[in-house]
Design a protein. Structure first.
Length: 132
């Protein structure tokens, strides 16, 4: 599995940074010059990169932001994660969602990357004030 498949993609990483997610991760999207593209690097948390450092979060790092269960509008919602093949059976698709006891889905994210799936859910929770 490629490293890029194990961390949040650059676009989502930028969104999470904009939402105020603390930039503490083992992997980062780094720009070494003002005109260079971002590259994925590990162990750069001490780097003071003036051209751009954005955390590329792993599933484990994002997991600490996801409550297993919480109450909203007098309903208890729990986190569920599903893994299944795509329509052609060639790739794995992840689906993460918070569902109530009556199967109401509060938020759902689907991606070929579990990190992106978790990242989208974390973003939703922050944007909608479910997480501080």
């Amino acid at each position: 599995m490629k490293l890029e498949e194990q961390v949040t993609n650059l676009k989502l990483s930028k969104q999470l940074k904009k939402l105020g997610v603390l930039q503490e991760s083992y992997f980062d999207w780094i720009r070494h010059t003002s005109k260079s593209p971002y590259s994925l690097e590990g162990g750069t948390w001490e780097t003071k990169d003036k051209f751009g450092r954005i955390s590329a979060f792993t599933v484990a790092e994002l997991g600490k932001h996801l409550p297993y269960q919480f109450m909203h509008d007098n309903k208890s919602y729990r986190l569920e994660v599903l893994k299944f093949p795509d329509a052609l059976g060639k790739n794995i698709v992840w689906c993460c969602f918070y569902t109530s006891e009556t199967d109401n889905i509060l938020v759902r994210a689907t991606s070929m990357s579990l990190a992106d799936c978790f990242g989208n859910i974390v973003g939703y929770l922050i944007e909608n004030k479910f997480e501080k």
